[in-house]
Design a protein around this ligand. Structure first.
Ligand SMILES: [Zn+2]
Length: 112
């Protein structure tokens, strides 16, 4: 069970209009090619969680995946290609902005 919309509902209950979903989420600790992404693949059978934690050590920020999906459902666009910067802080003793990032891409098809 996930917490979509702040309630304890399943992905399908939260998004009854979604017919099919294929998303890839890449979580990286920085922007260089040396930052190997943590790649996760999601489908309607295995939907993404509402939020995914930044992978950078000491950062407790979360990427809002639910917001991107909601935006896509409302706008009616099938394609998703978004990169979110973390913007959290690097840690308790480091106030610089976190350079962790999260790339979300793929397709969502809505029911006719
Ligand atoms: Zn972060």
């Amino acid at each position: 069970m996930s917490f979509y919309g702040g309630k304890k509902v399943s992905f399908e209950e939260a998004f009854p209009k979604i017919d099919s979903l294929g998303l890839t989420i890449e979580i990286k600790q920085g922007m260089t090619k040396f930052d190997t992404p943590d790649i996760r693949i999601y489908s309607l059978k295995y939907p993404p969680p509402p939020k995914i934690s930044c992978s950078r050590t000491g950062c407790d920020h979360e990427f809002d995946i639910e917001r991107i999906i909601r935006h896509t459902v409302v706008s009616g666009d099938a394609k998703i290609d978004r990169t979110m910067m973390c913007k959290g802080t690097m840690g308790r003793h480091d106030s610089r902005s976190c350079i962790g990032n999260c790339k979300v891409y793929g397709e969502i098809t809505l029911k006719k």
